[in-house]
Design a protein around this ligand. Structure first.
Ligand code: C2E
Ligand code: MG
Ligand code: MG
Length: 637
């Protein structure tokens, strides 16, 4: 029978601003202040009673209920409701006594309203309901039994219940106004303006409550940390209004997936988090996968522009007592691992990730210093004509000698430099150094070409083309002597921007190589849309030569030939590989068979010693003649 009322009550509650529960220490401090205020009333009312009634006993009887409430309010270990309820009843009783002592003076009724203002500090509906109930019953019952103790107006004395209702309604209105204003103000500080999702502060609070509940009743707590991949590029290329639209849509889709009892929040920028109620790891991963699927649908930005975006998601399941900060940090770490593992993925937090991250944060700090203190240098690996052994170019490769760790390989520090943004300074440094050194090396070998690796983060940076131009101008290197190596993933992820940037670079005369070709996901026919000049066959294919890798290597060479691209094989380690590559039609190669990356002076000496024809093969094999098929059109400038 009560069900409709209960459910209506619930839906009404859902409409009310939820506010934020007060932390224990703050609640205690506020409650102490209110209880002290209550106790200050006791002597004041007692003295006032003496002055009005002139009997000790009567004055004493007046303040007994107030003192009793004051005592209950001070009992520790009682629930908040009991203590705030006692303090509230004590204070409204003070109002009633004051009105009574004044002979029902209407002005004294203002005390009730002051009390309503004071109990707002509890930010809770219970004290208000008690106050209203008290006002109505007190004004009504006492108004009938002893009208002069409540009202000094004839109209009110004649209709005590009507006036009790009016006063009760005013107290109710004041209460609602107070609490609503409070909670709305508070909500403003707890909700993200753009997406209307809870913000970091509110999420933190909810996670704190969930952790407390987990200790109490063992309910599972899991948190997802969602970070959009490549969101910055959307902002940079399509403008902030489109970026905002994307964020609002992402928020909408995430909210559409989680249940009402879960909390989806925006932490700032392109970071979101979801607190899942009662999910174990497996269930949380399912939710994370559903978020990835939901985000995979294109988002309509402005006009007819559509854009898809992926996200990297870290999942953390709370398994032992821990703090909110730790939970969020671990989820962030797992997200970071998802990014590092290739983006658009879900990773579940494991303890080992933490050690790795510590290590990483040390490296991050040292890397920033290394960029300026000269412990990072540029070395050069020769690129060689596979038939004649002539050095036709070099590739600039970074080398970092860490003061304690020794050599840190680029595969470790380049990703760190990319995520921290250090790559922008580092990349500029490599570009300048390589162009300057190329001019020196071309003294020894005039047709030598310098290849420089460029990371995605550099390529999307608006300053990049200007940096290349400056490096060429300052060094005096011809644009045609510079090759920029980009990875295949850039052809897949940032298509429009990449094409635009590459076209600008080509205008400088610079050539473009696709590095590690064959490891990405670009469809081969796709290649013709990009202004590229060189394909570098990834080491993993060369590794399988002769034998398993032959078919793949051959198809890459054929593809290159059909698109009129130059082919360079990476990681040539033995002569059988060299011979096979020659046989397949590949003209150029790099690898330990010839040389590892060496410092400038050594490369220069090498070029001068053999006039660019060092005896790589050390008499073990005879240089092969160039095959007819690839003799033309593949020479490096
Ligand atoms: P990458 O551009 O594909 O460079 C080739 C890598 O293969 C180099 O590793 C080189 O030392 C290694 N290598 C060359 N020949 C052989 C061989 O015969 N066998 C084997 N096993 N490896 C060989 P390194 O120097 O460790 O560089 C790794 C990656 O780091 C580079 O791959 C490149 O992606 C990145 N990197 C290096 N320097 C820079 C830089 O200045 N800027 C950017 N953005 N990335 C860089
Ligand atoms: Mg390279
Ligand atoms: Mg490579």
């Amino acid at each position: 029978m009560l069900a409709p009322f209960v459910s209506r009550g619930r839906s009404l509650r859902a409409l009310l601003p939820a506010g934020r529960p007060i932390a224990d220490d703050r609640w205690e401090a506020r409650h102490r202040g209110i209880a002290v205020l209550l106790w200050l009333h006791v002597p004041a009312l007692f003295v006032m009673g003496l002055l009005t009634h002139h009997t000790l006993w009567h004055s004493f009887a007046d303040v007994v209920p107030v003192a009793a409430c004051g005592i209950v309010a001070f009992i520790p270990h009682q629930s908040r409701h009991v203590r705030s309820g006692a303090a509230t009843l004590g204070l409204v009783a003070c109002s009633a006594i004051l009105v009574h002592l004044s002979g029902g003076d209407v002005s004294m009724h203002f005390h009730f309203f002051v009390v309503v203002g004071v109990i707002t500090l509890y930010q809770d509906w219970v004290p208000f309901l008690l106050a209203i109930l008290f006002v109505v019953l007190h004004h009504g019952i006492l108004g009938v039994l002893a009208p002069h103790a409540v009202y000094n107006q004839g109209a009110a004395q004649r209709n005590p219940w009507l006036w009790a209702g009016i006063h009760g309604a005013f107290v109710l209105a004041a209460s609602v106004a107070h609490v609503l204003a409070w909670r709305l103000n508070e909500e403003q500080a707890l909700v993200d303006e753009l997406t209307r999702l809870p913000n970091r502060a509110l999420l933190t609070d909810r996670v704190r409550l969930a952790l407390a509940r987990r200790i109490r009743d063992g309910r599972d707590v899991t948190v997802l940390f969602v970070d959009l991949d490549g969101f910055k590029a959307v902002n940079d290329t399509m403008g902030h209004a489109s970026g905002d639209r994307m964020l609002v849509e992402v928020a909408h889709r995430i909210r559409g997936i989680v249940r009402q009892t879960d909390t989806a929040a925006r932490l700032g920028g392109d970071e979101f988090a979801v607190l899942l109620d009662g999910h174990d790891t497996r269930a949380a991963v399912v939710v994370a996968d559903r978020i990835l699927t939901a985000l995979a649908r294109p988002v309509r930005l402005d006009g007819n522009h559509e854009r898809t975006i992926s996200a990297s998601i870290g999942v953390v399941a709370v398994t032992h007592e821990t703090s909110v900060d730790q939970v969020l940090r671990n989820a962030d770490l797992a997200m970071y691992m998802a990014k590092a593992a290739g983006r658009g993925r879900v990773e579940v937090f494991e303890d080992a990730m933490f050690d790795e991250a510590l290590d990483r944060s040390d490296l991050e700090r040292d890397l920033r210093a290394a960029v300026t203190d000269g412990s990072i240098t540029v070395a050069y690996q020769p690129c060689v004509d596979l038939a004649t052994g002539e050095v036709t170019g070099v590739e600039a490769l970074l080398r970092w000698t860490h003061p304690e760790r020794g050599n840190v390989p680029p595969v470790v520090f380049i990703p760190i430099a990319e995520t921290t943004g250090v790559i922008l300074d580092l990349g500029r440094h490599v570009l300048r150094t390589a162009c300057r050194d190329a001019v020196r090396l071309r003294d020894a070998s005039p047709s030598l070409v310098m290849a420089v690796n460029v990371s995605a983060r550099q390529l999307v940076s608006p300053a990049f083309v200007g940096d290349v131009e400056t490096a060429l101008r300052d060094s005096g290197l011809a644009g045609s002597a510079l090759v920029l190596e980009i990875t295949e993933s850039m052809l897949v992820n940032e298509v429009d921007l990449t094409v635009a940037r590459l076209t600008e670079l080509k205008a400088l005369g610079v050539r473009v190589a696709i590095d590690d070709f064959g490891t990405g996901y670009s469809s081969l026919s796709y290649l013709r849309h990009f202004p590229i000049d060189i394909l570098k066959i990834d080491r993993s294919f060369v590794d399988q030569l002769p034998g398993d890798g032959a078919a793949l290597a051959r198809s890459i060479v054929r593809l290159g030939q059909s698109l009129n691209l130059e082919i360079v094989a990476e990681g040539v380690e033995d002569d059988a590989q060299r011979a096979e590559l020659r046989r397949l039609g590949c003209v150029r190669g790099q690898g330990f068979l010839f040389a590892e990356a060496r410092p400038l002076a050594k490369i220069e000496a090498l070029l001068r010693s053999a006039e660019g024809h060092p005896d790589w093969f050390q008499g073990q094999v005879t240089p092969l003649p160039l095959p007819r098929a690839s003799a033309g059109g593949t020479q490096l400038a």
